[in-house]
Design a protein around this ligand. Structure first.
Ligand SMILES: Cc1ncc(C[n+]2csc(CCOP(=O)(O)OP(=O)(O)O)c2C)c(N)n1
Length: 665
């Protein structure tokens, strides 16, 4: 849609006015960015972005990611002006209020038209890289006629200063994601003042060195913005457009200063801005001519949407069904159940004493061919975390149809890109690294949990059991730290059977991320004989009953379940009946009603938990008077059996603790 310069200015000023007024009414928020980036956004949304307000979830829409989430009023103003039905002027007036569609930072699960939750700087940009990968991958699989869209990002200085941006841009450049276009709001201002206080990076050179096309333009010149976007769309590389803007453009004294970044402008400044911008409307009023122009912009892609729907309808019936299933995110349950059953039947017939990381690889070998939506990857270490099953081809710039991504040593960028893939739809991303490096993924995992996205992290080398690499690599507090994240499922299987059951739970968990914590060291298979039900689904269950009435219950997860079972034998030799409960997932167990939990916790007076990690969190299961055998500090470098002895995580130590509590030692 081409508009005159005067029309453009009025359209952009409508964004500026809504941002000033909403922040003023809320008495909090960030007017500077929406006012500064209004011209860039107006050109993008009126001339380039492909979207349909009548169907915010249209699968082939262009994605727009406001990585600088603090500028949320920019996207809310756009959604309102473009005619997204739910984004009424009342919602704009309720900016930052309880239950509104206009929360402080954009939340994809609250506001239709918001693609991802942003706020922690850098995350949105890295999400967008994942979205752009997903687009190319699905286009390779289903064809350009049904998957063909761009991913646009609006990023601020802060987004590009955060370390994650380096991981994201390097990956995008390497994969030549030419449909990814980043508009950099190059305003030279952060909260502390001028960017020059803390930064002197030449962003254009930085991006160019990573394989991007990059240009600098005047971010208040609509023709320059449009020309740069045209060039970016024609490029065979991802593009950065550094748009030189003035923060809070139009504000008489605060424009160009940090004073406009994060607080209301104040009535006087707003009155002055109205004069300067030639905007004479009362707060929250949009004149009819401007409203008509914006509505027209909102209807631009209706024809494209219809044509796309026709193309989907004309796919071969099986391809269409598959495409629609993938976009909905429905896992073929029948297939999944069948694969899990087959793996478990094989393990029942020929038990395997293997590390759970190896069991996971075997599970993947069966799961990946059955579930084409699984897109694997690893932050290097692939051979150690066993995430690339045989036959899975590599996704690269030369072949976007591959299903395994070498993310490089970029855990944070990987986790954030996976969020973007899950948000894009059509893909279940899974990854690999060591559990200790979950710290490097944590900000993105937290956001996956907040957004309710199905991403699966395989994290191996899950305790001192990794041995000689020593305490830098031995997680001790990580299980507790991950369990502290709401809506994250932390799964720690004890053997090959539990491993495939945990994979099933992670794949079926549509509303949140999962971490599979797996061992480096071999473990005995403890679940013998075939059981069709997924016992891990309970979160905790009795894996070995007591002989007679239990005096002791031993709880353990992962590699320590075998230790607990050995300890039970010691106790039996001393005439003490003990039962063992395997606890592969706290979250599932603690979500169960008390009448389900109680029989698992049991009535034995002595409760002992065994986990080669810190105690934090276990009291919810064993009570504050329960006994704990685990780690109280960092590990050490040695063969793992020596470490278990050194830190007294042994069957004897577990049995002794129980006997002491019974007054029998
Ligand atoms: C990871 C992270 N650290 C800190 C913040 C707090 N914060 C919000 S905006 C901002 C920087 C503002 O500078 P810039 O990104 O240039 O945005 P602008 O001032 O241009 O709106 C900071 C530090 C954040 N949102 N995320």
């Amino acid at each position: 849609m081409v508009v005159s310069r005067a029309e453009h200015d009025r359209m952009a000023n409508a964004i500026r006015a809504l941002a000033m007024d909403a922040v003023e009414q809320a008495k909090s928020g960030h007017p500077g960015l929406p006012m500064g980036a209004a011209d860039v956004a107006t050109v993008l949304f009126t001339r380039f972005l492909k979207f349909d307000p009548a169907d915010p979830a249209w699968p082939d829409r262009d994605r727009f990611v406001l990585s600088a989430g603090h500028g949320s009023m920019l996207i809310y103003a756009l959604l309102h002006l473009l005619g997204y039905e739910k984004m009424t002027i009342e919602e704009i007036k309720r900016f930052r209020q309880i239950g509104s569609l206009t929360p402080g930072h954009p939340e994809n699960f609250i506001t239709p038209g918001v693609e991802t939750t942003t706020g922690p700087l850098g995350q949105g940009f890295a999400n967008a890289v994942g979205m752009a990968i997903a687009e190319r991958h699905l286009a390779a699989e289903f064809g350009d006629e049904v998957v063909d869209h761009h991913t646009y990002v609006l990023a601020s200085d802060g987004d590009l200063m955060e370390g994650i941006s380096q991981e994201a841009l390097a990956l995008a450049g390497h994969l030549r994601l030419n449909k990814l276009i980043v508009l950099f709001d190059d305003n030279g201002i952060t909260i502390d003042g001028a960017l020059s206080l803390s930064d002197s990076v030449d962003q254009v050179k930085r991006f160019e060195s990573a394989g991007w096309a990059a240009a600098r333009i005047d971010g208040h010149d609509p023709d320059a913005i449009a020309a740069a976007l045209e060039r970016a769309r024609a490029s065979d590389k991802p593009s950065l457009i550094a748009c030189r803007t003035t923060i809070a453009f139009g504000a008489p004294t605060k424009a160009g200063t940090e004073k406009s970044h994060g607080s209301p402008l104040g009535p006087e400044e707003i009155a002055g801005a109205r004069v300067k911008l030639g905007w004479n409307e009362p707060p929250f009023e949009i004149p009819a001519d401007v409203r008509v122009l914006w509505r027209k912009a909102g209807q631009r892609a209706q024809g494209l949407h219809r044509a796309w729907s026709d193309r989907v309808r004309s796919l071969a019936p099986d391809r269409r069904t598959e495409f629609e299933r993938r976009i909905k995110g429905d896992v073929a349950r029948g297939k999944l159940t069948q694969v899990v059953r087959t793996v478990k039947e094989k393990l029942a017939a020929a038990p395997k004493d293997i590390a759970t990381r190896a069991a996971s690889e075997q599970a993947l070998e069966a799961l990946a061919p059955a579930l084409p939506e699984m897109l694997g990857g690893s932050a290097d270490l692939t051979g150690s975390n066993n995430t690339r099953p045989k036959g899975m081809s590599v996704l690269s710039a030369a072949d976007y149809g591959g299903r395994f991504l070498h993310y490089g040593i970029r855990e944070h960028g990987m986790a954030a890109a996976m969020n973007g893939m899950a948000l894009h739809g059509g893909i279940i991303p899974y990854s690999g690294t060591f559990l200790v490096f979950s710290d490097y993924c944590r900000p993105a995992i937290r956001l996956a949990a907040l957004m309710g996205q199905r991403v699966i992290h395989v994290m191996t080398h899950d305790s001192i059991g990794l041995g000689e690499d020593g305490p830098t690599h031995q997680p001790v507090e990580h299980l507790a730290a991950l369990r502290a994240i709401p809506n994250l499922m932390v799964l720690r299987p004890c053997d090959a059977v539990e491993t495939v059951e945990c994979w099933q739970l992670a794949l079926e968990n549509r509303t949140g991320p999962s971490v599979l914590a797996l061992t480096r060291q071999n473990l005995p298979q403890l679940r013998l004989g075939h059981d069709d039900s997924n016992r891990c689904a309970a979160g905790a269950y009795e894996i070995v009953p007591a002989d007679g009435t239990a005096k002791v219950t031993l709880f353990a997860s992962g590699s320590e379940v075998a230790i607990a079972i050995e300890a039970r034998k010691f106790l039996r030799a001393k005439g003490v009946a003990a039962r063992v409960v395997s606890v592969p997932c706290f979250e599932l167990f603690l979500a169960a009603p008390e009448e389900v939990q109680q029989p698992v916790i049991g009535t034995a007076t002595v409760k002992v938990a065994v986990e080669a990690a810190v105690r934090q969190g276990w009291d919810q299961i064993i009570g504050s008077d329960g006994l704990f055998v685990g780690m109280a500090g960092f590990g050490a470098s040695a063969p793992y059996k020596d470490l278990y002895r050194q830190f007294e995580i042994t069957p004897e130590a577990v049995a002794d603790a129980a006997l002491r509590a019974l007054g029998k030692s």
